[in-house]
Ligand binder design. Sequence first.
Ligand SMILES: [Zn+2]
Length: 234
Amino acid sequence: MLPEIEKLLVLQDRDQRIRTLKTELKNAPIERKDLEVRLAATAAGAEKAKANLRELEVEKKRLEVEAQAKRDQINRFKAQQMQTRKNEEFQALGNEINHFEKEISKIEDRELEVMELIEKAKPVLADAERAVAEAKSRVAAQITDLEAKIATLGETLNTIESERAALTEGIDEDILDQYNRLFVSKGGNAVVALEHEVCTGCHMKLTTQTLVRVRGGQQITHCEQCGRILYWTM
Ligand SMILES: [Zn+2]
């Protein structure tokens, strides 16, 4: 194998690792965002349960106040009945009292319904709050892991990048230039093996002339289909 091919293969291995590390580093904030979004959704569920319970409690209070106001009014009507001497007025007040008593009875029915709803809403809220607490500690742990992973990835990337310059020494500048361009344009595979007369980069069959040149191992040879640099391992 051409010594330059050997060097390019080492360089390509490092470049592929750099590429993978950079992708992972780029995706890390997205992963973090995902975790935060899921946590926010759980928290929103708990907020909804809390708001529901609060609304029911407000309604219960309002019904209590309303019923009490009607009871007070009935007492005032009763006091007026005691004072009146007119039969008609006594009768009219009695009708009012009946009317208010029916309304109180309706309010009390609704109060019972609301109290039942409150009893059902309490465990729903407790479950939702427990889910939030669990999600918070789980996400906190996952974020800690993710941050540790980012730090490690960053260190590894720095190490490989600092070693890379030394690996390009002794490679002809034109070839290095071709390699760099191919690495970018061919998805991180600039130097590929020749296998069963096929380029493993584009999977096209190579011409006899190219096969002979690659197997000869005397010069840098490109695939005539995709332009990648070819090497022969046998
Ligand atoms: Zn090819």
